[in-house]
Design a protein around this ligand. Sequence first.
Ligand SMILES: Nc1ncnc2c1ncn2[C@@H]1O[C@H](COP(=O)(O)OP(=O)(O)OP(=O)(O)O)[C@@H](O)[C@H]1O
Ligand SMILES: [Mg+2]
Length: 249
Amino acid sequence: MLQVEKLRKAFDGFQAIADANLSVPKGEVVAVIGPNGAGKSTLFNLITGHLQADSGHIRFQREEITNLAPYKICHKGMARSFQLINIFSSLTVFENVQTSVLAKHRLDRNYFTPSRKLLIPETLEVLESFGLLDFKDRSCSALSYGDQKVLEIAIALGSKPELLLLDEPTAGMSSEETRKIVNLIKHLSQEKGLTILITEHDMELVFDVAQKIMVLHQGKTIAQGLPEDIRNNKSVQNAYLGEQNDVRR
Ligand SMILES: Nc1ncnc2c1ncn2[C@@H]1O[C@H](COP(=O)(O)OP(=O)(O)OP(=O)(O)O)[C@@H](O)[C@H]1O
Ligand SMILES: [Mg+2]
């Protein structure tokens, strides 16, 4: 579904992405792991068009999307959540999700657009599937941190993507909130057939949900493959996993 080849991106001479390669098969959950500053969020920003690559290729469903505008990439069927929560704090929970449902139908949030009403059931359906229906009329800033992260994923799903990118979806969450996100990822993958690309520092979560793992180190892909192969890969252990006691259990 997604191919990244020899991708490079520098910031003022600093090579944040030096040689990233990634292949995401349709229907799988793929995790990108690597230490802080490895370039994971930068890679996501390049894939979704929020940053422009210096060189290399990104193909989505066999089509070249390198350096297209984010909204064009979104219309092709890709959506994302951000490492730092990115929701419309002045809008209600309902309005937040409706924004992406409207975008999917190429409409804006104009209160005088009659067709806006037609999308109310579609928006309610997304809210219900994320357990957010009871909060629909609340200001989203009144939600707990965990529910705001869930809302951000619901907003991403409002555009009915085929590929969902989640940048550290459980960062800062309690173990209960983390479990909710893990179940949500499994549900979206197994029941809805969504392809998911995720970055996470929580190795237990990564090895629980991912069918494939790519390891990024100093902007370079140093390995990608099945979780067991990654766990036993010597260069990965030296570069990264060796420091993480929890994955060697
Ligand atoms: N806009 C920017 N300008 C300059 N440097 C940047 C910019 N964005 C990222 N960097 C640098 O690029 C490197 C990779 O950052 P990035 O945020 O992609 O890492 P990460 O793997 O997502 O880290 P973390 O696990 O902490 O989220 C870091 O050294 C960071 O300081
Ligand atoms: Mg990051």
